[in-house]
Design a protein around this ligand. Structure first.
Ligand code: NAD
Length: 481
């Protein structure tokens, strides 16, 4: 191979520099054709007063190479610092986080020896928009955003990943029995896109039982696709259940850019001691090599690594008397992998990346969507109130006129008027739902309503317009409504 692939690397913090050195040595010895450009990220950058943890100039390198091999960083405690990972994911449009979670029994202890699953987590949407409001003295709100194109991309990525990697089944997990619109859309798009992949088995699980099953019976899963927050949690559960969090690699992939890293953090407790396991970053680098079209080198490294595990050459955190043979530090482990380049594992399946497309998944364009008729039918107004629901209704009702009616009042999502239960606990933030008595509602009608409420000293804190789409409500009913 003559053409070297330009990549950007960062050594990070804590054990980062040690495991990056080890990884780069193995990549080099295996014949990876890479042209490295190093940038500085993490603690030292934060301490220079850059709240994002990455200097403006470093984006130039990433823009040029489009590929980032990143060692873990230490996120400083306290306010003012932004998560570098979230910044990088969002800035570079890395919409898919892919985490293979594999057991390496009998060489690494686990209760689930047959586990071999891949988590595909949506990386940009959901509650990670960080759009939050203080609605009153006592109530905070966080906005969960799920979009059709965002969901279509991640779901299709999961199916394409399954197809390219010989995986047989894709499971989607949501909580659409509660979040009927946002999670409902994720589930619906999963079903729609799934129809295009009839050869792949597919199912949906409610996230709570799904997460429990990942913990208790992970071998029933193959590929799991999830919205951002559930994906964050389930991927940590899955990594933990393998018995070897320190062995997990992960990729963050977008249409133009990709970032590869270890699942674990910077492990400051063992930094500088030469005992860190470089496997997580190395497996991240294996995913990177596949991505840049060096699948043969990727397989060579992966197989040498599997053989090293089989030979019982283990770093301290996975070393067990009886199953392990030799306890090594970072350098000893690295040497052992290098010595085995060209060897194949005997017990584990041989890694083979022939036929896995380079450049990540080339996704088809988004499906054209049907233009729906949008009609405003009302408004939800939030306001602060220290009394009861009936007292609030009595204040509001005289302000309601002009073809709009007060249809209900809810508190923390539960209907409390009309006919609320006296037992329902109420906080100091209330939602008033005003609906049209028939036909569309004009902006001027809503503004006039707000004006009348204002004159009655009822100062709302939030307004959300309510629309029907092709006659279907684009808003949910309150609980108990
Ligand atoms: P951690 O993953 O760094 O460490 C958890 C435990 O696992 C520690 O006992 C550590 O010694 C051990 N460990 C982790 N990696 C290991 C390895 N390769 N070899 C041997 N043992 C290993 O998690 P933490 O302690 O919660 O976080 C430490 C720092 O890392 C924090 O500042 C956190 O914000 C950061 N972090 C960064 C990333 C990232 O950059 N992607 C991810 C997670 C955490």
């Amino acid at each position: 191979m003559t053409n070297k692939t330009p990549i950007t690397i960062a050594r990070g913090d804590g054990i980062g520099p040690e495991i990056m050195d080890a990884t780069l040595r193995i990549l080099d010895e295996a014949g990876a054709a890479l042209d490295l450009d190093e940038i500085e990220i993490g603690q030292s950058v934060y301490e220079r007063g850059v709240p994002s943890g990455i200097e403006d100039g470093s984006w130039e390198s990433l823009r040029r190479t489009k590929i980032f091999l990143k060692a873990p960083i230490t996120t400083p405690q306290g306010g003012g610092f932004k998560s570098l990972n979230v910044t990088i994911r969002k800035s570079l449009g890395l919409f898919a986080n892919v985490r293979p979670c594999v057991s390496y029994a009998p060489y690494v202890q686990t209760h689930h020896p047959d586990m071999d699953l891949v988590i595909v987590r949506e990386n940009e949407e959901d509650l990670y928009g960080g759009i939050e409001y203080r609605q009153s003295q006592d109530v905070m709100a966080s906005l969960k955003l799920i979009s059709r194109p965002g969901t279509e991309r991640i779901v299709r990525y999961a199916f394409e990943y399954a197809k390219a990697n010989g995986r047989k089944k894709v499971t989607c997990m949501t909580k659409d029995n509660i979040m009927k619109l946002s999670d409902g859309l994720f589930h619906k798009v999963f079903d729609e896109i799934g129809e295009e992949y009839p050869a792949i088995e597919q199912n949906h699980m409610i996230i709570d039982i799904g997460a429990a099953k990942v913990a208790s019976a992970p071998d029933m899963f193959d590929v799991i696709v999830l919205p951002n927050l559930y994906g964050d949690i389930v991927s940590d559960i899955a990594a933990e259940v393998t018995g070897s969090v320190g062995l997990g690699g992960s990729s963050n992939v977008g249409a133009d850019f990709a970032m590869f890293e270890a699942v674990h953090g910077s492990a400051p407790d063992i930094a500088g001691q030469g005992i860190a396991n470089p496997s997580g970053l190395l497996l991240g680098a294996v995913m990177m090599l596949v991505h840049v079209g060096q699948g043969e080198v990727a397989a060579k490294i992966h197989n040498a690594w599997l053989k090293t595990l089989e030979d019982g050459i283990h770093t301290g955190e996975i070393f067990r008397e009886g199953t392990s043979r030799e306890k090594v530090g970072t350098e000893g482990f690295t040497n052992a992998v290098i010595e085995r380049l060209g060897s194949m594992p005997g017990t584990f399946s041989v890694a083979n990346y022939n036929g896995v497309p380079a450049g990540g998944m080339q996704l088809p364009p988004l499906k054209p969507r049907k233009e729906e008729q949008k009609e405003r039918v009302g408004v939800d107004l939030n306001l602060n109130w220290g009394g009861t629901a009936d007292e609030l209704a009595a204040k509001i009702l005289p302000c309601v006129a002009d073809g709009i009616e007060l249809s209900m009042i809810s508190n923390r999502g539960v209907k409390v008027w009309p006919d609320g239960l006296p037992e329902t606990f109420c906080a100091d933030n209330w939602r008033l739902r005003f609906l049209s008595k028939g036909g569309p509602v004009k902006t001027s009608q809503v503004l006039a309503l707000m004006q009348r409420l204002n004159e009655a000293d009822m100062n709302f804190t939030k307004a959300v317009m309510l629309h029907n789409f092709d006659g279907e409500p684009g808003f949910t009913a309150a609980q108990g409504e």
